[in-house]
Design a protein around this ligand. Structure first.
Ligand SMILES: [Zn+2]
Length: 322
């Protein structure tokens, strides 16, 4: 909790001051670590967005500052904006209220919105044309370098996250499951149900008990997706079950795949079968992936941390796209 220091108490972007006559004053508050970096003049954004930033900062100064602090704040903004490449003229123009060519009553609300990437000299002209047809254009910034670069953080162990996984059996059938907890925990549960012979708790245990002589290959478990989103997981599970007709999932537990998916899935399966050069994975016959395919989420065969024979099972097909 923030505490008063030297008669000053920050609250959001307002600094509340205790005056000598015991009245309260107020002005704009910036954290001590604030760098005064705003969208640079040369940045590839529509001029409206740049103008909007200047106007927002000035509006905030007018709203949060008492008369005695206003000039200092405006001087600071002037300096900070010039440091970000804006000229004095541009700052003055942005602050000045714009002339309305049409009154509010004459103005018609736009019939629809159009989202375009901002490309100077191309999409801004398109925006003007669309405006004539009463369409509002929203300019989105193009991809930034930060979005192209990998995250500097270490990747999490896929076993410790939620997701969709596939456990093969020695007979060639598979079990496809999903969990919102860690996949590691869920696989351990399946193993325990198998060991304690509890078919009512796990379809994997049911298969292992009913089909004598079958061995569940827990050490060849594949992680198909690492996502915690509930609906994404359910849909991914349903798609994987549809793709692997040889499965021993209990159908009533899974999401029923909407028929609209089927043509798209059939199409990807056809492409896959024509492109694929070699089968991926161990002990799984119904699922083949082309080696160079990057747009599809990739499965990984993971080493099982609680099996002794895992040293040779680390077999990651492709790095995960996330
Ligand atoms: Zn089996």
């Amino acid at each position: 909790m923030e505490k008063e220091r030297e008669g000053q108490l920050p609250f959001l972007d307002v600094m509340v001051l205790r005056k000598t006559d015991l009245r309260l004053g107020h002005k704009v508050y910036r954290k001590p670590t604030h760098t005064d970096r705003y969208l640079h003049k040369n940045s590839n954004h529509h001029p409206w967005q740049k103008r909007g930033i200047i106007k927002t900062l000035v509006d905030r100064a007018n709203r949060n500052c008492e008369a005695q602090f206003l000039n200092t704040e405006l001087d600071h903004l002037n300096w900070a904006l010039q440091a970000n490449g804006y000229s004095k003229n541009e700052i003055t123009r942005a602050i000045k209220p714009r002339k309305q060519h049409r009154t509010e009553e004459e103005k018609q609300p736009p019939t629809n919105k159009v989202f375009l990437p901002y490309i100077k000299g191309v999409t801004d002209r398109m925006g003007k044309l669309l405006e004539k047809h009463n369409l509002q254009t929203v300019f989105k910034p193009t991809t930034k370098i930060q979005q192209m670069l990998r995250s500097a953080k270490d990747r999490r162990d896929p076993l410790t996250t939620a997701g969709v996984y596939r456990i093969p059996c020695s007979c060639g059938q598979v079990y496809i499951g999903t969990t919102k907890r860690s996949i590691h925990t869920r696989i351990k549960e399946h193993e325990r149900h198998c060991r304690l012979k509890q078919p009512e708790n796990s379809a994997v245990a049911e298969h292992a008990i009913k089909q004598t002589g079958h061995e569940i290959l827990f050490h060849n478990t594949e992680i198909l997706d690492n996502t915690s989103n509930h609906y994404v997981r359910l849909h991914r599970e349903a798609i994987e079950i549809h793709k692997h007709q040889q499965n021993f999932n209990q159908k009533e537990e899974c999401l029923k795949l909407n028929k609209t998916w089927l043509p798209a899935l059939k199409n990807t399966e056809c492409k896959r079968s024509t492109n694929s050069t070699q089968p991926q994975g161990q002990g799984i016959t119904a699922h083949k992936r082309p080696v160079n395919e990057t747009h599809q989420p990739q499965g990984k065969i993971i080493s099982h941390p609680y099996q002794n024979n895992t040293s040779t099972t680390k077999h990651i097909n492709q790095p995960s796209p996330d």
